[in-house]
Design a protein around this ligand. Structure first.
Ligand code: NAD
Ligand code: ZN
Ligand code: ZN
Length: 347
């Protein structure tokens, strides 16, 4: 089968021919119908060799949807032909945290060497992929696989990230979304579907801001050093009850800190490497809560799929063949993908 692999640190990913994997005990083999490309893949491919944490070659792709093709010995609960989305942040499956479906927060996964598909384990950018357990599979219930693939991360991560702020996003409140790319344009829609908050989108790219407006942002602002002043002006000097940063560099965190209201939330999803100082008199308004969340839980993925089935969120998608995946990564790197790039391994 064909797969898109990262073979050598510092080199572009390549399309290679590898054997179709066989499902071992408890595993499920999926015929991949759609796989999304995430900005995190670019971050991973930017890490230096001495810090690179995953075995190479690595089949990329951590947003996968597929059809059940074969079941390993003892694997049940799904049947051949079922259309499913892959929950990515696999945990140990045995601890209390995993029992709640919060496998993204499993405290044992790192020590056990359990890694998500595409981020250590073989990923979804291939004609077939292995999933370690049927418990990582969420039924699509008729949702279009092309729509569903980005939901497994670009939908799930923002849904989880903003969930902690829902009690603060009351009528009259404001939410700021910094970086309206793959995750950000879905965040705008999730905020509109789940809250009465006014949504202000910030980006450096005009097309991304246009998309944010089309999918429901009330205001779109250029993300520069004056952005926080404009957010304050739009909120009568109060600031935003929730700021979600999908970039996470020093400059955007400074905007986040200067935009958040007293008692509000700053949620840093972007892995740009910036940090925010938290401490009395440290620059944040009083009672602000800061958090850097990771992906989301299994029940939250059920919720996001259901929101999409109801038409309340819909991903703006550009599709590519498997052969075109390296080009799609180049375009993502150049900021030329509006919404999400989705690869269709079987056309
Ligand atoms: P993307 O490339 O689709 O979108 C990023 C957006 O940020 C683009 O629209 C870009 O124009 C914009 N941008 C760049 N610099 C900006 C600035 N200074 N101010 C405002 N906007 C700016 O990326 P994505 O796939 O949506 O991922 C977004 C971020 O979230 C990445 O850092 C990614 O690694 C991270 N991520 C984190 C998690 C997690 O669990 N924490 C999960 C998935 C992705
Ligand atoms: Zn991702
Ligand atoms: Zn666990």
């Amino acid at each position: 089968m064909k797969a898109v692999q990262y073979l050598t640190v510092g080199r572009a990913p390549e399309v290679v021919e590898i054997p179709v994997p066989e499902p071992g005990p408890g595993q499920v083999l999926l015929k991949v119908t759609a796989a999304g490309l995430c900005h995190s893949d670019l971050a991973v491919m930017g890490w230096p060799a001495e810090q690179f944490p995953y075995p190479l070659p690595l089949t990329l792709g951590h947003e996968g949807v597929g059809t059940v093709a074969a079941l390993g010995r003892g694997a049940g609960g799904v049947a051949e032909g079922d259309e499913v989305a892959v929950y990515g942040p696999w945990g140990c499956g045995r601890c209390r945290v995993c029992a709640e479906g919060r496998e993204n927060c499993c405290p044992h996964a790192p020590a056990l060497g359990i890694m998500p598909p595409g981020l250590g384990s073989p990923g979804a950018l291939a004609e077939y992929m292995l999933v370690d357990s049927p418990r990582h599979l969420v039924p699509l219930n008729g949702l279009d696989p092309v729509q569903a693939a980005p939901l497994t991360d670009a939908g799930l991560t923002p849904y989880h990230a903003l969930s902690r702020s829902l009690p603060k996003l009351v009528p009259g409140s404001t939410a700021v979304v910094i970086g309206v790319g793959g995750l950000g344009h879905l965040t705008v829609q999730l905020l509109r579907a789940l809250t009465p908050a006014r949504v202000i989108a910030l980006d450096v790219n005009k097309e991304k801001l246009e998309l944010a407006g089309t999918v429901g942002a009330h205001e779109t602002l250029l993300s520069d050093s004056g952005a926080a002043t404009r957010v304050r002006a739009l909120t009568g000097g109060v600031g935003a009850q929730a700021v979600l940063d999908f970039v996470g560099v020093e400059a955007t965190l400074a905007v986040a800190a200067a935009s958040v209201a007293t008692g509000g939330d700053v949620t840093v999803v972007g892995i740009g490497g910036g940090t925010l100082a938290v401490g009395f008199g440290g620059g944040l308004p009083f009672e602000v809560s800061a958090c850097a969340p990771y992906w989301g839980s299994v029940p939250e993925l059920f919720d996001v799929v259901e929101l999409a089935r109801q038409g309340l969120v819909s991903c703006h998608v550009e599709t590519f063949s498997l052969e075109e995946a390296p080009l799609a990564y180049e375009r993502l790197h150049a900021g030329e993908i509006t919404g999400r790039a989705v690869v269709l391994p079987h056309g």
